[in-house]
Design a binder for this molecule. Structure first.
Ligand SMILES: C[S@@+](CC[C@H](N)C(=O)[O-])C[C@H]1O[C@@H](n2cnc3c(N)ncnc32)[C@H](O)[C@@H]1O
Length: 240
């Protein structure tokens, strides 16, 4: 900066520097979160199926059963080790994405004998490399509380869903009050080590979804999980 610069020019210079620092800080924080998720699932991947097959079974079954009544191209966001892949109706075309290469490696082995699995790609659910209105069904099972930026992910899931299509979320949602709410809030500080955010309420999610909720189903064990299908409205017929 030269001495000849005017005061407003200097102010603009400093404002630009502050803005650019903030931008790179935001980028680093985002990267850190992604790194934490990848690191957590690299640790979980070898034991994931053994530990999470049973407790997460009913939610997966409920979502797949619902999806098997629909048709077309399905995106499974946060497909993990691909435990639900063998259960989709064979005429549904499945694309799976996940941030963790360690989890996907296992999904790829599972998909070897499944010709309806079109693609399994490493991708951030908050920054999907698919065009708008691309999938008939989009499902995220036990994912929305493990992503660094749930609002961004929900926007992306809605964006890639065709008009008339369905978005299905299966998750555990934290209690708004009571003992469980206290425990979940206390656990939040360990979110990066656990690889999921225990303090995430359904009201927080519903406030962020643009699509209308179709129904709500509580799933075992102990009613801990909830399946929420949302329907993307069809645009009104022209001339209507
Ligand atoms: C609890 S696991 C659920 C896996 C699978 N849906 C199931 O039912 O077993 C969460 C998965 O979400 C993935 N994940 C976390 N953040 C993600 C993101 N931003 N984009 C895509 N996948 C993500 C993790 O790598 C992990 O595989």
């Amino acid at each position: 900066m030269s001495r000849s610069e005017t005061f407003p020019e200097r102010v603009r210079f400093f404002a630009d520097r502050v803005k650019s620092r903030l931008k790179s800080l935001r980028r680093d924080v985002a990267k850190l979160d992604e790194t934490a998720v990848r690191a957590a699932y690299a640790r979980w991947a070898p034991y994931y199926d053994i530990i999470f097959r049973a407790p997460l079974y009913w939610g997966r079954q409920a979502a797949v059963k619902h999806i098997n009544t629909l048709s077309g191209h399905v995106l499974e966001a946060g497909v993990g080790t691909g435990m639900s892949l063998p259960n989709y109706r064979s005429d549904l075309e499945i694309t799976g994405i996940d941030l963790s290469e360690d989890m996907l490696e296992r999904a790829r082995i599972r998909a070897r004998d499944l010709p309806n699995v079109r693609e399994l790609a490493t991708m951030d659910a908050g920054d999907l490399a698919f065009p708008d209105d691309h999938f008939d069904v989009v499902v995220a099972m036990y994912v929305i509380t493990v992503v660094p930026d749930p609002a961004r992910v929900m926007r992306e899931l809605e964006r890639v869903t065709k008009p008339g299509g369905t978005v299905i979320l299966v998750n555990h949602f934290s209690a708004d009050s009571g003992l469980r709410a206290h425990a979940e809030r206390a656990l939040e500080r360990f979110a990066d080590r656990l690889g999921w955010n225990p303090d995430f309420s359904k009201s927080r999610l519903l406030a962020r979804m643009a699509m209308p909720l179709e129904q709500e189903t509580t799933v075992p064990p102990f009613g801990l999980f909830t399946m929420l299908p949302f329907r993307n409205p069809e645009p009104p017929a022209s001339g209507a």
